[in-house]
Design a protein around this ligand. Structure first.
Ligand code: FES
Length: 155
């Protein structure tokens, strides 16, 4: 679920579940992110208040671990590799093609939050360059048109 108006009731239930448990910051943040898709400030503030954890500590944990996101992300994540092999074989064209077809800037999301694009540097499959990963599905030797066609089928 990606919240527009945040319903904090599901979060309250999670916090009740972990009530009084020490060292539960990570599982609480994981559950909160499952509910909201990311960790909005309002959610962190609610956790801080109800669980009695300083907000600075919550931000510290949320920014330390790569699994946590503080900004909203699209429903589908497109990772485009721009490591050396992929760069040489046209990664930049894929990035441009995706941006113009889906209105998603690199590192950002489209206005409807259908897609987000992340640029990564070497996915360890250089023989398949240029490569992109959409929601954990790998697209090797791909190009923008091919990727856009696949990605559009997801919605
Ligand atoms: S550079 Fe893209 S997979 Fe290695």
């Amino acid at each position: 679920m990606f919240a527009q108006e945040l319903d904090l009731a599901p979060l309250e239930r999670v916090l009740d579940e972990f009530k009084g448990q020490k060292g539960a910051i990570i599982p609480i943040l994981q559950r909160a992110q499952e509910i909201y898709g990311y960790l909005p400030g309002e959610v962190l503030a609610a956790i801080s208040k109800k669980a009695g954890i300083p907000i600075s500590r919550l931000y510290g944990v949320a920014t330390f671990y790569a699994q946590f996101r503080l900004t909203r992300r699209g429903r589908h994540l497109i990772k485009i590799c721009d490591g050396t092999a992929c760069h040489v074989r046209g990664a930049a064209k894929i990035v441009e093609g995706i941006e113009s077809a889906l209105n998603v800037p690199p590192g950002g999301s489209d206005p409807d939050f259908k897609y987000s694009v992340e640029i990564v540097y070497c996915l360890g499959s250089c023989g398949l360059a240029p490569i992109a990963v959409v929601d954990d599905k790998v697209y090797g030797q791909t190009d923008a048109n091919n990727l856009v066609a696949h990605v559009k089928q997801l919605e």
